[in-house]
Design a protein around this ligand. Structure first.
Ligand code: TPP
Length: 659
C-alpha cells in the first residue's frame, strides 16, 4: 500500500494513527468479551477503520456525520466518551438511549452524529435535511452520510442523492464498497462496475479512493469538504474496502473465498499505516507500544464504568412520557375582532401563511408547491411572500423529503411536508413510522414536522386518490394526528401542530376544501390539541366521529327531528380525548362510532374497545360502529356511494336506538 504524506506534519500522521488504533483496539476487546458472553451482538468494522477514521478526522467537529453499523471510528473520532459508548452498547442508563435502543442506533447533537435506524437507507434523506439547514443558515458546513454497498440498492439511496443533486446540497455520500451485503456478494447486488459510475446518472461528481488507506481517505475528504464549503454540491465518494469478519459475529464468513480474505488481509489499514510510520521513522516501536497501552487503559476504564451499571429499572410512566417531546402550548395569540368568511381550503392556507410569518425557521416542502401553488393551490402566492428557499418544490420522492424534514428538525428548524395526496404517503411511510415517530423516544431528538395529508373519498378519484389511511398511523406511538372538520379548526389545529415540536399527520378532507365555509378570525390562533368538541347536543345517543363523519351525522340527524344526539367531533385522533368520550357516553348511554375509513382495525375499533372496557356500566346497548366497506375505494360514483357509510347511517342510528 502506498502512502503519500503530502505536507502533513509528523504530529498529524501520528494523530491519525492513534485515531486508527482506537476502534481497532476496542473491537479486539469486544471480540474477547463476546466470547466470554459479556456482550450480545457485534457488527465488526475490522479492516474498514480507515474510512470512518479518515473522514471524522478530515471534517470540522461541527459537520454532521450519519454513520452506519461498521463506523465505530466515527464515534471515537468525535471523542464520544468510552464509558458512555460502552454503556449504550450494554443497554444501561449511562448510554444515549436509556436502554431503549442498541449499538450505534443513537444520535448525539453534542458530537454532531446522527446514528442509523436499522433500515439503513433512510439516513440519506436525513443528511439532505441537515445539509439544507446548514445552507439556509449560511453555515458553510458539510454533511457526510455512510452507506454500505448493499444498502445502495434501496430506493432511499437513490432519492437522497437525487434530492441533493437537484438542491445542490453539500453532502458527501460515502459508499463503503466492502464486497458483501450480509452474505450477498456484489455481483448479486448491483450491475455497475463501480459506484462512481452511478454519480454520472445523478449529474454529480464521483470520487473513488482506496478505503484502506487512511491518508488517502483523509486527504481526499479534506479537499472535498473545503471545496463543498465554497461551492455547495453533493459528491459520491466510493471507498474500496473489505469486510474481514462476518456480517455480525455469529454469522461467520464461510461464504467468503479464502483467497479473498488472504488478499485483503495484506491490505489491513492499521498494520500498513503503522509499518509506513515505522519505516519513515515517524514513530518507533516504543511509541507504538506506548499508544496501545494508553488506549487499552482507556478502554478498560470505560468498561469498568459501563459494567458497573445495571439495566434500567422499568418506569412505565417515564417510558410513556418520553414518547413525545415535552411541549407547553403558548396561550393562543389574542384574537382581534375581525373575521372573514373562509372556505376550508382558505383556512388551511391562512394558517400555513401565518405560521410561516410567525416561525421564520419553518420550511415548506412538497411536489409542485412553489410557483404552481400546489395541486390544490394551498400555497398559491407563498413563493412571492416567503421566497423559494422556504417554499420548496421537491422531486417525486416522499421518503427523502420526510427524511429531510427530520434533518431540518435536527438542526432546530421546522418543516411542513405536503403529500400531494394522502395515498402517496406509502412512499414516505418508513420515514414517518420509524424515524419521525421514534426519534424522540430513542435519543431525545424531537421531530418538528407536520405532514399534510389531503385525504378522503367522494370525488370519484378511485383507489389511489381517495383513501383514508389515518389508521396506519394511529397505531404508531410517537405520532400525533389531527383531523379537522371545519374551517375554524382547520386553521387552529394546523397552527397548533406547527408550534408543537412533535411529528404530526394533519388530515384535510379534499371533499371539504370548497364545500364548507364559515366566518373565522383573521388573526393567528390555535385550537388545543387533544380536545374533542361537542358540535350538537342531545340525550338519545352519541355519535363519535371526525372529519367528513361530522357532516354526515349532522345532515342525517337533520332528517330525523325526533332524534336528539350528541355529536362529538374528535378533532385530534392521537392522542384522542378520552374524557370527552367518557362524558358523552355517560350522558346518552348509547354510542355509535362513525368514520369514513374502512371498518376493520379502524380508529373506531379502538374507541369501541375502550368504551366497552371503561364505560361498560353506562351502556344501554353495545357500542356500534359504522364505517366504509372493507374494500379499496371504488371509482364509479355509484360504487363509491355504496362504499361510503353515509347511506347506512340513518338505519344504523335507528338500530342503535331500538336496541
Ligand atoms: C431495509 C432493510 N432490509 C434488510 C436489512 C437487514 N440487513 C442489515 S445490514 C444488511 C446488509 C447490509 O449490507 P451493506 O449495506 O453492504 O453494509 P455492510 O453490512 O456490508 O457494511 C442487511 C441485509 C435491514 N437492516 N434493513
Amino acid at each position: 500500500m502506498k502512502f503519500s504524506r503530502k505536507k502533513y506534519s509528523d504530529d498529524a500522521l501520528v494523530g491519525l494513527y492513534e485515531s486508527l488504533l482506537r476502534p481497532r483496539l476496542i473491537e479486539e476487546k469486544m471480540l474477547i468479551l463476546l466470547r466470554q458472553n459479556k456482550i450480545s451482538k457485534w457488527f465488526s468494522g475490522i479492516g474498514q477503520e480507515a474510512i470512518s477514521v479518515g473522514i471524522a478526522a478530515a471534517l470540522d467537529p461541527d459537520d454532521y456525520i450519519l454513520p452506519m453499523h461498521r463506523n465505530l471510528g466515527v464515534f471515537t473520532g468525535r471523542q464520544v466518551p468510552f464509558e458512555k459508548l460502552f454503556a449504550q452498547w450494554q443497554g444501561t442508563p449511562g448510554g444515549f438511549t436509556k436502554g431503549r435502543d442498541r449499538s450505534f442506533h443513537f444520535g448525539t447533537n453534542e458530537h454532531h452524529i446522527v446514528g442509523m435506524i436499522s433500515h439503513l437507507g433512510p439516513q440519506n434523506g436525513v443528511a439532505d435535511g441537515i445539509a439544507l439547514a446548514s445552507l439556509l443558515k449560511d453555515e458553510r458546513r458539510v454533511t457526510v452520510v455512510f452507506n454500505g454497498d448493499g444498502g445502495t440498492s434501496e430506493g432511499d439511496f437513490h432519492e437522497g442523492l437525487n434530492v441533493a443533486a437537484v438542491w445542490d446540497l453539500p453532502v458527501i455520500f460515502v459508499v463503503e464498497n466492502n464486497g458483501y451485503g450480509l452474505s450477498t456478494p456484489s455481483n448479486e447486488q448491483f450491475r455497475c462496475k463501480s459506484f462512481v459510475d452511478k454519480a454520472i446518472g445523478y449529474g454529480i461528481e464521483g470520487v473513488q479512493v482506496d478505503g484502506n488507506n487512511v491518508l488517502e481517505v483523509y486527504d481526499t475528504v479534506k479537499k472535498l469538504s473545503e471545496s463543498l464549503r465554497d461551492k455547495p454540491r453533493p459528491v459520491l465518494l466510493e471507498c474500496l474496502t473489505f469486510r474481514m469478519r462476518g456480517h455480525e459475529e455469529a454469522s461467520g464468513t464461510k461464504y467468503v473465498p479464502r483467497e479473498l480474505m488472504e488478499q485483503w488481509a495484506q491490505k489491513d489499514p492499521v498494520e500498513n499505516f503503522e509499518s509506513f510510520l515505522l519505516k519513515e521513522k515517524i514513530i518507533d516501536d516504543k511509541a507504538v507500544a506506548g499508544l496501545r497501552k494508553k488506549i487499552k487503559k482507556e478502554i478498560d476504564e470505560g468498561l469498568t464504568h459501563a459494567f458497573a451499571e445495571h439495566h434500567p429499572v422499568p418506569d412505565t410512566a417515564l417510558e410513556l412520557h418520553d414518547v413525545y417531546a415535552p411541549f407547553e402550548p403558548l396561550a393562543p395569540a389574542p384574537v382581534g375582532a375581525t373575521q372573514s368568511e373562509k372556505r376550508f381550503i382558505d383556512a388551511i392556507s391562512d394558517g400555513l401563511r401565518q405560521s410561516m410569518e410567525r416561525h421564520d425557521n419553518l420550511v415548506l416542502m412538497g411536489q409542485d408547491i412553489a410557483e404552481y401553488g400546489g395541486v390544490f393551490k394551498i400555497t398559491d402566492g407563498f413563493v412571492a411572500q416567503f421566497g423559494k428557499p422556504r417554499v420548496r418544490n421537491t422531486p417525486l420522492c416522499e421518503s427523502a423529503i420526510v427524511g429531510a424534514a427530520l434533518g431540518l428538525s435536527i438542526k432546530g428548524m421546522k418543516a411542513m411536508v405536503e403529500m400531494q395526496f394522502a395515498d402517496f404517503v406509502t412512499e414516505g411511510f418508513n420515514q414517518i413510522v420509524n424515524n419521525l415517530a421514534k426519534t424522540h423516544w430513542r435519543w431525545g431528538q424531537p421531530a418538528d414536522v407536520v405532514v399534510r395529508m389531503p385525504t378522503g373519498a367522494g370525488t370519484a378519484a378511485g383507489p389511489f386518490h381517495s383513501q383514508s389511511n389515518e389508521a396506519w398511523f394511529f397505531h404508531t406511538p410517537g405520532l400525533k394526528i389531527v383531523y379537522p372538520s371545519n374551517p375554524y379548526d382547520a386553521k387552529g389545529l394546523l397552527c397548533a401542530a406547527l408550534e408543537d415540536p412533535n411529528p404530526y399527520l394533519y388530515f384535510e378532507h379534499k371533499a371539504l376544501y370548497r364545500s364548507v365555509k364559515e366566518m373565522i378570525p383573521d388573526d393567528y390562533y390555535t385550537v388545543e390539541i387533544g380536545k374533542a368538541k361537542l358540535v350538537s347536543e342531545g340525550s338519545d345517543l352519541s355519535i363519535i366521529t371526525y372529519g367528513m363523519g361530522v357532516h354526515w351525522a349532522r345532515e342525517i340527524l337533520a332528517t330525523m327531528p325526533d332524534v336528539q344526539a350528541d355529536v362529538l367531533d374528535l378533532r385530534t385522533l392521537l392522542p384522542w380525548d378520552q374524557a370527552a368520550v367518557k362524558m358523552t357516553v355517560e350522558k346518552t348511554n348509547r354510542v355509535l362510532v362513525l368514520h369514513e375509513d374502512t371498518l376493520t382495525g379502524g380508529v373506531g375499533a379502538e374507541l369501541a374497545a375502550w368504551i366497552s372496557e371503561n364505560c361498560f356500566a353506562s351502556l344501554d346497548a353495545p357500542v356500534m360502529r359504522l364505517a366504509s366497506l372493507d374494500t379499496p375505494v371504488p371509482f364509479a360514483p355509484t360504487l363509491e356511494n355504496n362504499f361510503l357509510p353515509k347511506v347506512h347511517l340513518k338505519a344504523k342510528i335507528q338500530e342503535l336506538l331500538k336496541y
